[in-house]
Each structure stands twice: as C-alpha cells, then as structure tokens.
Design a protein around this ligand. Structure first.
Ligand SMILES: [Zn+2]
Length: 900
C-alpha cells in the first residue's frame, strides 16, 4: 500500500482506522452456559484455521448497505465450543455449522467489539467442518476502508480496501495476514454494470431481475487483507500483455475517463517486465487489472486487482505533467513489486510489515532507476530516507520491527519508519553485500516462501546464509529505534592514514533521550588514491573503530564518510574534513553524496553541532549548483525560518537573503515552460517560485501569481498544469474575499481531481481571519466530499498568522470531527498543533488531545510525536535564534546577487 497526504503540503500523512465509530452490531444472544473465553487481541491460532473461503456478495452502488453469505472451510486442531472470528459493523442474519453432512444452527456472540463468536452448544473437532453465515454490512460514503463508495461524474462506484483490518467489515473472517488460503468469490450486481475481483471471471448469469451473477475463478492463497472488489459502470483500456506468461493488462476507469489512462497503459507492461527480471520469477497471477478509484488518497496492491487513487493513475493528456508521470511510475512500481513481496510472500504478522512495505518501496526505487535512469530516482529517494531519519530521531519513534499488541500498533505500523527506513536498510545492506549477492538472496527468499508467509528471520536467513554477522548487523537496525550519528576524523602518521570512527544515537537538541545505543553499522568511505580513488568499508560494531586507508600512501586530500550516500547514518566530520570536502564546491562528491551532505548539515543544526548561521552561510554555494536536487535540498536549511526563528526587525533581511539565493534562478526560469527546456527545469520551477513568492515575499512574484491565478480561473490554458498548485497557493495567501469566492465556486465545478484538490486546499490558505473562519467549516460541512476537503483544516496551521484559528476551530468542533472525519484520518488531528513552538501551546495541546486522541486508532502515538516535535522546536529556537540573528545582522547582499 502507498498512502498520500492531502492534509498538509509539508507533512506526509498516513491513514489509520478507528475503533470508535463502529455502527450497530447484532445481538443475537449469548451462548448457553458459561461465557467462553473471549479473544483479547489475536485469534487463537492453535485451535482452528480456515482452509478455503467461498464468498457471495450483493453490491449495488448508491445503496448504503450490502448483503452477503460466506462459507468457511475449517480445520479444527483441537476441540472447541466456540469459533471466534473478526467482524465489525456487521449484522449476522443466520449461521450454521456443517460437519459430516449435518447442518446445525449456531448461536452468535456479538461481543467484544471487533469479534464475533459462533457457539456450537457442544465441542467440535478435531477435524474438518464448514461455517456458513449470512449477514448485512455497510457501504460507507465517508470512509475508504471496508466496502465503500465514491462518486464520479454523477455516478456511484463501489470498491473495497481491507488492509489493514477492514475485511472484517465485509464478512466474518480470520482477519490476520497469517491465514493465507484460496478464495472463491461470487458477486451479484446490476446487469449493466461491471464487477471485478482478484481473479478472472469464469461465468456471468443473467438472473432476470435486472441483476446478474458473476462468478470468479478460485484465487491463489490470499490473506483476507488482499481480497478486493470493484463494481460500477466502469470502462476498460487495453494495455496489452506483460511478463513471461503474457498476462493480460487492463486499466479500469470510471465511465468517460478512458482517454486519461494512456500513460498508465503504456508504462505498466515495462514496469512488470523489469520487476520480473529482477525477481527471477514470472508475474504470479492470472490477470492484472489496475483500477482508478475517484478521490482515493492511496494505492493498494491487491493481486490481480491493483487499486490507485484516480489522481495517481489517470490524467488528461493535455493536463499531464512530468511530476505526475514520475509519481505514477514510482507508485505503480511499488504496488506491482508487492505482487511478489507482500502477495506471493506475505508477512506472517504486522510486526514484519516492513517486509512488504520497505521492500516494495526499495524495489520501486530500483525499478524506476532501471526504467528511467535520467530521472535520478536514487537521489530523490534520499529525501524519503532522510524523512525517516528525522522521525527516527524522536524518542517516540517506532522500531522497524515493533511488537504489535493492539489495533493502535497496527495502525501506527504503516509509517515512514516501515516504508522508508525499511527501504533505506535494504539499500544499505545491498550496497555493503554487493548487488548480485543481494539479488540472489532475495530470489532464494521468494522461492522458499512463495504462496506462504514469512518473517524477518526467514528473510535474513535467506539473504545472509551462513554469515551470521550480516544477519545480526541487519537486526541491529530492525530491532531498535534511532539513527546512528557517525563521527569521522582523519589521522595520518608516518605515511599511513586512517579514519577514526565512532557511533552514538543522533538526538536533537531538547530530546529527553540519552541512553547509549550501539548498532553494527556498515560504514563505507571514499577517498582519493593515486590517480583515482578508493572505497573501503568496515562494520562498525563497537562504540569506536579505526579504518585503515590501505590504498593511499599519504594523507588523502578529502574523505567522504558515507560513500555513495548508501548508509543509514548521519555523519559528523571532525577536524578539517568538512572544509576539505567543501573546498572545491564539493566537486569531489557524487550527486547523492552532495544531497546527503546538505541533509547532514541541516541535521547537525538540530543537534547543536553546527550553528544555523554557519549553515546559512554555507548554503549559497550549494544553491548555485546546476543540479535541481541540490538546489531544492538547500531549502531544508534556508526556508521557513520566518515562522519561528527570525525576529520581526530582521524579516526584510531574511527575505533579501532568500532572494539573493533563489531570485535569479526564479527569474531565469520564469512561470511558463520554455520550448526545449529540460524536465529538471520544469520540476524546479514550482518549488523555486513558491519560495521566492511565499518565503522571500517578492512583490513581483506575488503580483505575477495573482494575475496568473485569475487568468487560469477563466481559462485553464493560461497556465502549465504543474504550476497550478503553486500559483493558486501564492494567490490565496495574498488573496481577498473575491478570490476566495471564485476559488470556492471553481472547486465545485472542477472535474480534474488534481486541480480540484489544489483549489480546495487553497481555500485554507487565505490569511484574512474572516475568510479563514469561512473556510474552516467547509472541511466538515459536506459542501465537498469529506475525503477530499480535510486539507482545509490543516492548511491554516502551517502559518503563524492563521495557526490559532485552525487550532481553536478543531477544539471547538471536536465532537463534530469525531462524527464526520473518515476513520483513516482522524488520528492526525493533533497535527493542527504541530506548528507551535512554545511551552504554553504545547501544554494546551497535551491537555486537550490526551484522552481525545484515543478516539481514533493510532492516535496516542501520533499525539506523542506532535508534542515531542513542539519540545524539539522550542529547544531549537532557544539554541539557534541568536546564531540566525547574528548571521542576518551581518549579512550583506553579495554584489550582483539575485541576478545570477
Ligand atoms: Zn505498499
């Protein structure tokens, strides 16, 4: 699965489930006699498991409920009086147990929440039996979990999303990933509609009542979370065939969108072919449908029926952009990689979900690099790794392998640590082992566990073979939180050189963490040797170690202590090493190394090892780089300081500094695509114009954006599609009531999902308090589908001028939020306080949200991370404000600056 945020522009927000919003539950009576032991969290694995499911569902769009029947073939390992299954928001109509040809009714136990018990009245088993149950469930118009519906072009469509624990909203089942068995699905749908599931259709029968019965082939073994359905008036785009088995590929879109699926259709077969060739195993399933779901903010890897939010998979050709296309190839590579890692081999339990998600993220990066090396995905992925490192610096950070003891833990498991730290670790150990050896290990792992479940230990055993030190090094990163800070110092004596290395956990200023930790860190260094250069690696297992530079006779002129930027660690250079690297504009460094170095400099301001003023002084040299990735990386040091670190009297100087760094480049790039320009220029333009207009407050840029926004509202051809977001944002931040009304009216009429998302989000960016107070209620009022209007709540919290309004709104309307918010996003409500940087608001947020954050599954850890973030911000401000002030006071624009 891949989740996408549209809650805020700066924080990637995942989604999670709610246990508090359950609907009505059947109360068909208690079992006779004494109460049987209820499951506490997991189903009792040693008693009974499924061997096969047969599911029969009637799904009609624009209805609020569905009906269904399920037959579960069971194998009792020991006698049991009650069969416990997962179920939520279901009314069980009738249930029976079939054993040895006899069918006997069973009693239904509806407590505790999340479970249903089927009581037989006597002990059953060991042996085989079949449970039969009929039920009614909910087709949600608010959530995008369980069975839900979305509207497009005036028509409703029904879809499903069962990861993590929402198959239990569709039918009673063993809703844990370890129960992996075949499913035979039958759908009853309207005669003129399309019904899809994971496997090919084997028959369609008209039932004469305006309905038809669609029967699907039995699936390969699947856990409950990978089964999927789609029903409605959908259309197909043929994408040819893919893979060694010539599997048929189709893009499935809501009615009227076939012309928008061309890029997805063109690219999917290549993506599948590249994955097949890396994994060395043919695409495992009998068909591949890729389905566009209107408004959905995620993509999901169901075997044979991969689903994507429409904004990810389809776009009108004349409104398409390089950014959207790159994102598509990356997301599709992730979901299709899951067909092997996740689907063919499935994590045994949620504590190893990194084996699905970290693996698919890592494989997607590799796949995009193979497909389009000129996109330099290996550089882009560093930003995702660094996002994980920032999260990993928190005391409240999860481990990659975090014990899972509650539904909260399951929800929290789908975070940046699982996806991006997991991916970064695979990248680090691949580089350390060598790509070929690593690939052989991956192949061994997939072959050994195909159609089954696996654990981290299984993966590491397949990867490392007899090399126990490798497995234990990998585990040292999986089983403890945190990112190592590696210090590097060069020592030269008598013609011999060595790098003295030491490790400690990276803790930012203000962190309460202090406990010593040790990892087994693969550290690789690069340095000049003779006419060329050399690379040497060491497994840094103790607190410190010496790495002899054996390929040089003298003292090397520079040392890069994270060769290729493949290590999941921060580097603190000591002595002259940093100056040596920076001496020639860092030209000794590769592009990934340069980007990682800038990231490390930004991180070192946060742990106090580098004054922010010094980093601001170093930034201009990088900002002049011809490489887009380097320029945008400097913004992590330079941008956003006006919120908390620059005093009122120095704002003009700070803005001048930004203009000096980026203004010239912004003017050169302009606001429109130029004939023959590179994609890099196109990709840099929005971020640099945004910083110049919104950070440097350049009046010329603001006026330009406002004029362009008005022109675009009249005619979409007035603007390149990739500039729409930035232009509308700048115009909104500086806009009046008239513009707000126009954007609101335009959002209601807009049919392009990306543009509509831009417009709705921008409603929250106006600064006039009266407008903000008009905008905030729109997030919950139903004027827009709540699944796409939430950004309005979070947009004002990004700026200090409007932050209080959003925060107060959430506090005043909490009960309404609990009732209206989709179950996947409510847990992120505390993010409305994340921009604060003072003790008073921190205390207020803690007292308000503690107790309330539990209303949404996963909420408590998210609140803890928001509060820790405020603590760190306070400490950072206290430590670095003087340094910024000193830098800005002595700052004088360089001659000719700003017009490079
Ligand atoms: Zn995924």
């Amino acid at each position: 699965m891949r989740r996408f945020a549209y809650l805020t522009t700066s924080v990637l927000i995942a989604v999670c489930a709610s246990s508090s919003l359950s609907g009505s539950r059947a109360r068909a009576g208690q079992a006779p006699g004494e109460n049987p032991p209820q499951p506490k969290f997991r189903l009792p694995a040693d008693v009974v498991g499924p061997t096969r499911y047969r599911v029969d569902l009637t799904l009609v769009p624009d209805q609020d409920t569905f009906t269904g029947a399920i037959d579960i073939d069971l194998k009792f390992a020991k006698p049991a009086a009650v069969l416990w299954l997962n179920a939520e928001k279901l009314q069980i109509k009738e249930a029976a147990l079939i054993m040895d040809g006899d069918k006997a009714p069973v009693q239904v136990i509806t407590e505790p929440h999340d479970y249903v018990g089927f009581a037989f009245g006597h002990h059953v088993g060991p042996g085989e039996a079949t449970l039969h149950a009929t039920f009614q469930g909910e087709i949600s118009r608010k959530d995008q979990q369980g069975i839900f519906q979305m509207k497009d072009g005036g028509q409703w469509y029904v879809y499903s999303q069962f990861e993590e624990i929402w198959a239990r909203r569709a039918y009673p089942c063993f809703d844990e990933p370890g129960y992996k068995v075949p499913w035979q699905v039958t759908l009853h749908i309207k005669k003129d509609q399309v019904g899809l599931s994971n496997s090919p259709i084997i028959s369609e029968t008209d039932t004469g009542d305006g309905m038809k019965t669609v029967k699907f082939a039995e699936t390969k073994p699947l856990p409950s979370y990978l089964v999927a359905y789609a029903v409605g008036n959908m259309e197909f785009v043929d994408a040819g065939t893919a893979g060694k088995k010539n599997t048929r590929v189709r893009i499935v879109v809501p009615h009227g969108h076939t012309a928008e699926a061309q890029y997805a259709a063109q690219t999917t077969p290549t993506i599948v072919n590249l994955l097949e060739s890396y994994f060395g195993i043919p695409y495992p399933y009998d068909k591949l449908d890729e389905v566009a779901i209107p408004l959905a903010g995620y993509a999901m890897e169901h075997p044979g029926l991969v689903t994507y939010g429409s904004a990810i998979i389809i776009e009108k050709p004349d409104q398409d952009t390089p950014g959207r296309q790159r994102e598509w190839v990356s997301v599709a590579s992730h979901e299709l990689a899951h067909q092997w890692v996740g689907d063919l081999v499935t994590t045994a339990w949620w504590d190893d979900i990194w084996l699905n998600e970290g693996f698919a993220s890592w494989m997607a990066n590799k796949n995009v690099n193979a497909y389009h090396p000129e996109w330099k995905m290996n550089v882009s992925e560093l930003n995702a790794y660094e996002g994980a490192m920032d999260n990993d610096a928190l005391v409240s950070a999860r481990q990659v392998r975090q014990p899972i003891e509650s539904n909260d833990d399951i929800a929290n498991a789908f975070d940046g640590i699982t996806y991006n730290k997991g991916s970064a670790l695979l990248n680090m150990f691949e580089s350390y082992m060598g790509p070929e050896k690593f690939q052989q290990g991956v192949h061994r792992y997939l072959l050994k566990y195909e159609w089954k479940n696996a654990t981290s230990a299984d993966f590491l055993a397949a990867l490392a073979g007899d090399d126990s030190s490798l497995a234990s090094a990998f585990s040292s990163f999986l089983d403890q939180p945190g990112v190592p800070l590696v210090t590097a110092q060069l020592a030269c004596h008598d013609g011999a050189a060595q790098v003295n290395l030491a490790q400690q956990r990276f803790f930012p200023l203000g962190s309460s963490g202090a406990a010593p930790q040790l990892w087994k860190v693969p550290v690789c260094v690069r340095y000049p040797a003779g006419a060329g250069e050399a690379r040497e690696c060491i497994l840094l297992e103790q607190q410190s170690a010496e790495l002899r530079l054996t390929k040089t006779t003298g003292c090397p002129g520079w040392v890069e202590a994270n060769a290729g930027a493949n290590g999941y660690y921060r580097v603190l250079y000591q002595g002259d090493l940093l100056d040596d690297l920076l001496k020639n504009n860092a030209q000794e460094l590769s592009l990934p190394e340069e980007v990682a170095l800038i990231g490390d400099l930004a991180a070192l301001t946060r742990n106090g090892k580098m004054p922010l003023g010094k980093a601001l002084a170093l930034a201009p040299a990088f900002a002049r780089s011809p490489a887009r990735q380097v320029v945008t990386k400097t913004m992590g040091i330079t941008a956003g300081l006006q919120e908390n670190l620059v005093s009122e009297d120095l704002l003009t100087r700070y803005r001048q500094y930004l203009l000096d760094l980026y203004g010239g480049r912004a003017r050169d790039l302009g606001w429109k695509t130029k004939p023959g320009e590179s994609e890099d220029a196109r990709l840099l333009r929005p971020s640099i114009q945004s910083l110049v207009a919104d950070g440097a407050e350049d009046p010329e840029a603001i006026t330009k954006a406002k004029n362009l926004a008005l022109a675009w509202l009249d005619d979409h051809k007035a603007l390149d599609p990739d500039m729409v977001g930035v232009v509308l944002s700048v115009a909104a931040r500086h806009g009046d009531r008239d513009l707000f009304d126009r954007m609101r009216a335009a959002a209601k009429k807009e049919t392009n999902e990306n543009f509509r998302g831009n417009l709705i989000f921008c409603l929250g960016l106006f600064q006039d308090p009266e407008i903000v107070n008009t905008a905030l209620p729109l997030a919950l009022s139903g004027e827009f589908d709540v699944r796409e209007s939430l950004g309005i709540l979070f947009a004002p919290s990004e700026r200090r001028q409007t932050r209080d309004l959003a925060y107060d709104f959430v506090k005043r309307n909490w009960d309404l939020m609990v009732a209206k918010l989709p179950t996947d996003t409510g847990a992120y409500a505390p993010y409305v306080a994340a921009g604060y940087c003072d003790a008073e608001h921190r205390k207020d947020a803690e007292s308000f949200f503690t107790g309330r954050s539990t209303k949404f599954t996963g909420g408590p850890r998210i609140l803890a991370q928001v509060l820790e973030g405020i603590d760190l911000c306070i400490a950072y401000k206290n430590a670095q404000e003087a340094s910024v002030t000193e830098f800005l006071k002595s700052y004088t624009p360089a001659a000719g600056a700003g017009s490079r």
